[in-house]
Design a protein around this ligand. Structure first.
Ligand code: GTP
Ligand code: ZN
Length: 380
């Protein structure tokens, strides 16, 4: 497991790693930091012509469909790094017609899984190690110049990494909107991410269906009051609403940018400034509509012994995730930020593309910045 974490760390630093797999060992260079020199080095060291590995979301942006999760686009020695980076992440980009994407081998799939876990753009240049180059590559692995990791270790890591949340510490933190608040900190097993449960009030006094907010981190909105989204107001209003309802829990989840990370969210914002909506911008970078999963939230609720909830959300996916995880959503409560000229397009896309219940905000009939008094049954 530690080897996988080291490999992700190297990829984040822009260094190549070797992924060992049954059919072929694969040398991987992350897209970020990929220049002509890196391309040439990968070609020379692997002994094979490199390929560009991308997700099916990215391939769709290039106008091609695939049933595979990850594909490889074969590269030619004449292709420049600039072209390769554009095929992987530029808004307007097309592959030369003679290029046909191929299924990705096991090592390549593992490589892209590491990119996603490391919150990098999910794309890489990869080269299968030839028999002629094997000894040279092994020398570099043996002397520590290149880190090697097994594809099956990556699979195991991706499946179990968020299991076994460790409760690390907690403290009373009176908040302006909820004086009786306790921050309870959890750390994922691999130590990479931390999540916080803000426990409001006394659990003994909570109503049978505990008011709960699952809040995905948004540094720009939560902390700086960005007008591009509604997160900051939703956060503060949730705290106030939970307190008003006799207490409950806000889970502050380390899922910045719907799970793509802050660096990629900023890239997505720049793409949106060029005209794309929030979902299409993520697709351009190779991500799906929403990269979040809620296993961590379910585990936190389990550790807090919460089984029945009133969920503060406008997002049907969150209700579905709780249902599937065995937490009963007895009721849903809408929670809205202010409609601004800067966030209208974002909220509109959330409603149209992801089915969020935001029609009252968008048509102006909902009082801005407040939690609604509406008691809508959970949509199932
Ligand atoms: N990728 C991406 N993420 C964004 C964008 N705008 C906001 N976000 C992120 O979207 C997430 C919003 O999270 P939440 O407030 O939990 O929720 P939601 O899915 O809108 O659902 P509810 O607020 O519960 O209705 C945060 O992680 C933000 O950082 C964007 O344009 N692109
Ligand atoms: Zn936000």
């Amino acid at each position: 497991m530690r080897q996988v974490e080291r490999a992700i760390f190297d990829l984040r630093r822009g260094l190549p790693v070797l992924v060992r797999a049954a059919n072929s060992d694969v040398l991987v260079h992350p897209l970020e930091g990929c220049d002509d020199e890196a391309l040439a080095a990968l070609h020379a060291l692997s002994g094979n012509e490199p390929a560009l590995a991308v997700t099916r979301h990215r391939l769709a942006r290039l106008g091609l469909d695939t049933a595979d999760r990850i594909v490889r686009i074969p590269l030619d020695p004449a292709d420049t790094a600039e072209e390769v980076v554009a095929w992987a992440s530029a808004e307007k980009s097309a592959l030369p017609p003679e290029i046909t994407p191929q299924s990705a081998n096991e090592g390549t799939v593992a490589a892209l899984d590491m990119m996603r876990i490391g919150l990098l753009i999910p794309a890489a240049v990869v080269g299968d190690v030839s028999d002629a180059q094997r000894a040279r590559v092994e020398t570099l692995v043996a002397d520590g110049s290149i880190l090697a990791v097994a594809a099956e270790q990556v699979d195991a890591y991706a499946e179990t990494r968020s299991n076994f949340l460790k409760r690390t510490s907690d403290a009373e933190i009176p908040l302006s909107h909820a004086e009786r608040a306790r921050f309870v900190m959890f750390r994922e097993a691999d130590g990479m991410r931390e999540h916080i449960a803000i426990v409001i009030g006394d659990p003994n006094d909570w109503s049978d269906a505990v008011p709960v907010r699952l809040h995905s981190a948004c540094l720009t909105g939560d902390l700086f009051g960005s007008l591009r989204c509604d997160c900051g107001e939703q956060l503060r209003e949730s705290v106030r609403a939970i307190d008003e309802r006799g207490g409950g829990v806000l889970l502050y989840l380390a899922q910045e940018g719907r799970g793509i990370g802050l660096a990629n969210k900023l890239r997505a914002y720049t793409l949106q400034d060029g005209g794309l909506d929030t979902v299409d911008a993520d697709h351009v970078l190779g991500f799906g509509d929403d990269e979040r999963t809620y296993g961590v939230a379910l585990e936190m609720l389990e550790q807090l012994e919460i089984e029945r909830i009133e969920l503060l959300t406008n997002n049907p996916e969150k209700i579905a995730a709780m249902d599937q995880g065995g937490v009963e959503v007895v009721n849903r409560r809408g929670i809205y930020g202010k409609l601004t000229k800067q966030n209208r397009r974002y909220l509109d896309a959330k409603a149209k593309r992801a089915g969020h219940w935001l029609e009252d905000v968008l048509n102006g009939s909902e009082e801005a910045g407040r939690v609604t008094a509406l008691q809508r049954p959970a949509a199932r």
